[in-house]
Write a protein that binds this ligand. Structure first.
Ligand SMILES: Nc1ncnc2c1ncn2[C@@H]1O[C@H](COP(=O)(O)OP(=O)(O)OP(=O)(O)O)[C@@H](O)[C@H]1O
Ligand SMILES: [Mg+2]
Length: 325
């Protein structure tokens, strides 16, 4: 049995201040509550970095007694669907604060000066809110790309992009809260912006242990045999967690509805084959074996399943208080 530990032993808290924050933002971001967060399954190096950061953020006074402050910002980079947003939200949950999730659509405005204004208003709204929260800037490359030469045909648009970046740099520099940014395209980020983050963490495609744990998690409450999970772990090398989730949720759907929708999950190979045909890794990434050599992969699945199909289902936890009544 492979084990992947949680990044923090502390329980999730509930925050009740999101309504005020939502109003202050006036559409320039979406407020996610701490209790809505899921815990990502991460490689040990990322988990270690997050655990350390969380400890710092929870030890402000001890650190200030020796003249240092906790780091206040992190840049998460890595392929799509590997858990950058999930991780930032989970961090907010561990701190018991809401997260303001800001995507390019909340900032980019083609009107003259529109994007700069949105950046400035966003940071001002969070500062005015005055209570702890995490500001999460997703797709930061859309406003934080390298500065460009303004002399060409696209001069006007380029100038606008550069001035949005200038406002962003100024706001990030003076921001007092906790900032997390994410990008799939770290190589395109402006260097001055890059260096303003206290940490740069790569959230990469999951390694074997992480894939095993992700397949198991999203397969529950079905208890897939460990040999089958080992086999799936090998066949999905190179898959993002979001694709692993799609795969396992698809198979669960067939286990529950297969007969009704005339796609009975009669064997492990039939179930995984059907879902592999309905899902695809992103074309920019090398396809894992389950998708690139599906026939061979399904033979391996048949061998690993050893005829034990369908998988057993975990008993639902008992509800209600036995001592009551
Ligand atoms: N490391 C992980 N462990 C468990 N589940 C994960 C993990 N990463 C992603 N997922 C699942 O995949 C979905 C997409 O993840 P998420 O949005 O966090 O990825 P992302 O890196 O932010 O992607 P993008 O670059 O496209 O914004 C989430 O719903 C989450 O449940
Ligand atoms: Mg994301």
């Amino acid at each position: 049995m492979r084990k992947v530990r949680s990044i923090s032993p502390t329980p999730l808290h509930l925050s009740k201040e999101t309504e005020e924050l939502r109003r202050a933002l006036r559409g320039r971001g979406e407020v996610l509550e701490p209790h809505e967060a899921e815990e990502p399954i991460l490689a040990s190096v990322v988990r270690g970095a997050m655990f350390g950061w969380l400890a710092e953020l929870n030890a402000r006074e001890e650190l200030s007694a020796v003249g240092i402050k906790p780091r206040a910002s992190a840049l998460l980079s890595g392929p799509p669907g590997c858990g950058k947003t999930t991780l930032a939200h989970h961090l907010a949950a561990r701190l018991g604060v809401p997260m303001v999730n800001v995507g390019a659509e909340h900032i980019i405005d083609s009107a003259h000066g529109g994007s700069e204004k949105n950046v400035a208003h966003l940071f001002n709204a969070i500062e005015d809110f005055g209570k702890p929260c995490i500001l999460f800037l997703d797709e930061i490359d859309s406003i934080g790309g390298k500065r460009k030469d303004t002399s060409g045909d696209l001069g006007g648009a380029v100038t606008a992009g550069n001035s949005t970046l200038t406002v962003l740099l100024r706001k990030v520099e003076s921001f007092n809260g906790i900032l997390v940014a994410a990008t799939n395209r770290a190589d395109t980020l402006d260097q001055a912006l890059w260096r303003r983050f206290g940490m740069q963490i790569e959230v990469a495609l999951p390694d074997d242990d992480a894939r095993w744990a992700i397949l198991k998690r999203y397969g529950e409450p079905f208890l897939f045999d460990e040999d089958l999970l080992d086999c799936l772990t090998e066949l999905t090398d190179g898959a993002a967690p979001s694709l692993l989730r799609q795969l396992m949720e698809g198979v669960k759907r067939l286990l529950v509805l297969g007969e009704r929708i005339r796609q009975p999950a009669t064997s492990a190979a039939a179930a995984f084959g059907a879902i592999a045909a309905q899902t695809k890794p992103h074309p920019d990434y090398e396809s894992p074996l389950l998708w690139s050599q599906t026939g061979k992969a399904l033979e391996e699945i048949t061998r690993a399943a050893k005829g034990q199909w369908p998988p057993a289902r975990k008993e639902a936890p008992e509800t209600g208080n036995k001592d009551a009544a």
